[in-house]
Structures are given as C-alpha cells and as structure tokens.
Ligand binder design. Structure first.
Ligand code: PMV
Length: 323
C-alpha cells in the first residue's frame, strides 16, 4: 500500500448540449488543460483532514464515523462524500489527509468539483491498491455528484476521467471520443459565478410548467449535437459557428442566458466570429466563441474591453492520471 499519492484531473467546457443532457439527451464536452491536483496520504488516527486553501479551507477535520453526517460545508462536501462512498464500497476505515491545488479558479465553471472527485477517486484506488476501471471511477463520481447536489448529468465527471473531447449521454453512460484536430475557440469569462443546481432546477420548473415547449427545445438541441459531430469531423468551422448560435438561441428559450454572456457574444460576432454560445449551466461563467486565427486578437480585445476575461486554455486534455 502506498503512503502518499498525487493525481490530477482536467477541467472541462461544454461545447454543445447542456441542460438537455440532464434529461437523457447527449452533449459534446471537452477537457481543458488546466488541472485540479489532489494529494492523499495516510494518517495514524481515524480522521479526515482536508486542506483546500484556494476555496478557503485552511484546515477541515472530521472523524471518519461522521463522514457525510449533519451539515457538511459546501467547499468540502464533494471530497467528504466521495471518501464516504469509496470507504463504504470497499470496507475501508483509515485516516486520511487530502490536499487540493487547482490550476484554475473554481469560479470559471470548469467543473472543479467533478475534477476534484475524479482525481480523489483515482488517488484512493492507488493508495489502497484497488484497481478501478474508468467506468467504476465514473460511477463512484456520479453517485457522489447526485449525493451532494441532487441533480446533474455526470458529463463533467466523464470529461475529468476520460479526457479528450467526448460525445456523452447519461443513460448509457456512453462516452465516445470525438476526433478534433484544432478547435479555434476563444473562452470569455463573465466574472460572474453561476450556480449550476439552481439553474438546473429553474429549467426543471419551466419544464413542469411548459412540458411540450421544453421537450421540443431539448429535441432541437439534440439535433444540433448530432449535426455538430458531423461538422466537427468535416472541419467546417463556419458551419459549426452557426450551430453554436442556434444552440445559444435555444438556451435563451430555456431562460439560462444572461446579459453579461450575451454582451460578450455580441462583441465577438461583431468582430467576425463564426458563432458563440454560453458554456455550462448559464447565468454567468463562460461563453465560447469560434474564430478564425486571423481575427482572434481582435475578438479577445473586444471581449476584454467589455469587461470579460479571456481564458487561455487548450482543449482535449488528458483525463485523470497519477502524477
Ligand atoms: O455549470 P456547468 O459547467 O457544470 O455545466 C452544467 C451543465 C448542465 O447540463 C446544465 C448540468 C449537467 O450536469 O449536465
């Protein structure tokens, strides 16, 4: 048994299909090259100690017998529930130190929670010499996401575990790699943190009120996802941009866009972008815009001039790994 293990998992961005994916449709997600790092080590006592300074957790400790009980602070809830689920499943009760370090801000909507549990699940499997397949890692992470936030499609856990660019559908836990050579995307962060569970519940409420309309929107989104897969294969970015615009219009109909997101999209299109859409739950976080290399600088400047922050990331990054 190892004494100490360090792992990392990538953040992610949704390219197409958010929200509909919660209801069994599919999405396209890509892992980004900014990673969440997790270090675990054994303790002599029966405690869990977590340090995650970047999210304000300088020191959190908990008896193992208390894991997942009572009020669990939000900043450590994913970590605590993942350990609880892992320990229960494999009959382990050993004291643990968990330190996390992220290469990206938890505010970007890059899926820091999914990345932290993916990295932690691999770290625990290595620490206790329990060989886990990618699908077993995925199931552990998805269960933890549902335990903590009650809603979600698991696409973020899939991206963190498998990496690359994926066509994902929740029902079959189907992940198909999507071959992309270069993706000329610019990522603009609004500066506003979105709350994913709130937005997912908001869409659920709209679906309750207008089931036919919302189901119709999901079906149209699914058509766009399928089309986008073909267009990505053909490398037709102009067409892909048009599909992004269409997907965005549908997300607006679900009421999850925001003024700040739309402003960043507007200036990008004005500079000649092929298309733009929000990425993720909406309400804030990031927008993505597809641009030809020759106008990339202009688009980036326009985004910054209207208050956005351009995030420099590479796409299709490697999935969870031991460092
Ligand atoms: O907010 P993000 O980036 O984690 O994306 C949420 C995407 C949703 O489809 C709205 C929710 C989900 O779990 O699929």
């Amino acid at each position: 048994m190892a004494e100490r293990v360090k792992t990392s998992a990538p953040g992610k961005l949704v390219l197409f299909g958010e929200h509909a994916v919660v209801y069994g449709y599919s999405c396209i997600v890509t892992a980004v090259d900014q990673r969440m790092e997790v270090t675990v080590s054994l303790r002599q006592d029966k405690k869990l100690l977590v340090k995650a300074n970047q999210v304000g957790v300088t020191r959190y400790d908990r008896d193992l017998s208390e894991l997942g009980r009572g009020e669990v602070p939000k900043a450590v809830s994913f970590i605590e529930f993942l350990i609880k689920n892992f320990y229960q499943q494999y009959g382990i009760c050993v004291g643990l130190n968990v330190f996390t370090h992220s290469q990206f801000s938890a505010n970007f909507g890059f899926g820091s929670s999914a990345a932290v549990i993916a990295a932690l699940a691999l770290a625990l499997s290595r620490l206790f010499s329990i060989e886990l397949s990618q699908i077993q890692l995925f199931d552990l992470c998805f269960q933890t996401i549902l335990d903590v936030q009650g809603v979600g499609s698991g696409f973020d856990a899939a991206a963190a575990i498998y990496g690359g660019t994926l066509h994902y559908a929740r029902e079959e836990r189907a992940v198909e790699p999507v071959e992309v050579s270069n993706f000329p995307l610019v990522v603009g962060y609004t500066g506003i943190k979105a709350d994913t569970p709130t937005l997912v519940r908001q869409v659920a409420e709209l679906k309750r009120q207008k089931p036919k309309t919302v189901e119709g929107v999901f079906i149209e989104i699914e058509r766009i996802v399928v089309k986008a897969l073909q267009v990505i294969k053909a490398g037709n970015f102009a067409k892909l941009g048009t599909l992004m615009d269409k997907n965005q219009k549908l997300l607006e109909r679900l009421g999850v866009s925001s003024r700040e997101l739309e402003e960043l999209m507007r200036v990008s299109r004005q500079e000649g972008a092929w298309g733009a859409k929000l990425s993720g739950a909406g309400g804030g976080d990031c927008m993505i815009t597809l641009v030809a290399d020759k106008i990339r600088k202009e688009v980036e400047t326009a985004i910054e001039e209207c208050g956005g922050e351009v995030l420099q990331v590479k796409f299709g990054a490697e999935g969870v790994r031991e460092e």
